[in-house]
Design a protein around this ligand. Sequence first.
Ligand SMILES: Nc1ncnc2c1ncn2[C@@H]1O[C@H](COP(=O)(O)OP(=O)(O)OP(=O)(O)O)[C@@H](O)[C@H]1O
Ligand SMILES: [Mg+2]
Length: 340
Amino acid sequence: MAVATPFSIDSVVVGRSPRMRAVFDYVRVVADSDSSILITGETGTGKELIANLLHQASRRRLRPFVPVSCAILAETLIESELFGHERGAFTGAIKDRPGRFEAADGGSIFLDDVDDVPMTVQVKLLRVLQNRVVERVGGTRAVPIDVRTITGSKRDLRQMAAEGKFREDLYYRLNVIPITLPPLRERREDIPLLVDHFVKRFSEQRGEAPRPLSSGVMQAFMRYPWPGNVRELEHACERIVQTCTCDTVKIGCVPVSVLFHRPASDEPIVETHGHPSAVSLDERLRGVEQGLITWALKVSGGNKSKAADLLQIKRSTLGDRIRKLGLPDRGDAPALHVDE
Ligand SMILES: Nc1ncnc2c1ncn2[C@@H]1O[C@H](COP(=O)(O)OP(=O)(O)OP(=O)(O)O)[C@@H](O)[C@H]1O
Ligand SMILES: [Mg+2]
C-alpha cells in the first residue's frame, strides 16, 4: 500500500508542452470530485504518475493510494486480489485477507491495464462500483467501501466495447472523466526538460553533480521516436549516468538502440486510436543519415577518410554532414556502449 506523501506538480511530474499543461490544468479541476477517471495512454506515458497526482491533489490525499496492475495478475488471482477472500475460499486461502479495494478505503484505487481484466471479473467490478460494497471471495458479508476509482488503459476502451471485448456498461461507469496522455513523440518539446530531470535525479543518487550533454546527444534524443515513451527515456538517462565517464556526455555514450534507430521505409505511421499520426520525412531521413555516419565512423575507428570511402561520399561532404547533424568530431569517435 502506498503512503501519502507531499506532492508538487513542478518537481515530480515534468512537462511544459501545451498538451501536458492542459492535462495538469484538468487534473487540478477534477482532482477533488469523486467521479471515476479513465486515463488512456501508451505504455510509459505516465498514467500511474498522473493517477497519483490526482490522488495527492484531492481531499483523499491523507488516505491510501493503492495502485494495482491488472495485467500482471493471473486471471484467477485478480478477483481475490481486488476484493479479498475468506479463509478456505480456495486451496491456499489459509486466512482471511482483505482485497485492494478495502486497503484503499477512504483513498483512491488505481486499476492500471483495466483493458486486461477478463469479462467475468468485469461483471463483479461493475457491481462493486455501483453498490460501493465488496464481497470477499468465499464470503457472505458485504463490506462498505469509500474509494475513488481511477483506471488506466493502453487500448481504446470505447472501441473495445464496440467490438464486444469490454463490457459497455463498465466502460461508461469508468469513463466519467476521461484523460488522454499523449505519446512522447507528439510532445518532443518536453524531452530536454525530462532529460534534465532524470539526469539530475540519477546523478544525485550517485552523489555526483549532473554532467552536461553535448548538443549532438540532445539532437539524437529529439529525433528518436521513443516507443516506450517517458519510461524508455528515463532508462536511457539512467544508463548514461551509470556508464558514461566523460565530463560532457557525448554521442558515443548514448544507447545504441537510440542512436542507430533507422525506421524501415515500410514502417509506416504510428496509429493512435485508429488515426494515423503525422510522420516527418525530414526527421526520418536525418535518422537514417545519422545512423549510417555513426556506423561508418565507428567501424573506421574515427578516421573520416575511411568512413567517407565506406559511405561513397567525399571526405569534405562527410565533414559537412557531421557538423550539420551535430555528431562528434574525429577526436570523440564513438566508443559505443553495447546495448543489451
Ligand atoms: N511527465 C513526467 N515527468 C516525470 N516522470 C515521468 C513523467 N511521465 C512518466 N514519468 C516516469 O516514467 C515512468 C513510467 O511512468 P508510469 O509508470 O506512470 O507510466 P504508465 O503509463 O503507467 O506505463 P504502463 O502503461 O507501462 O503501466 C515512471 O518512472 C514515471 O515516474
Ligand atoms: Mg502503469
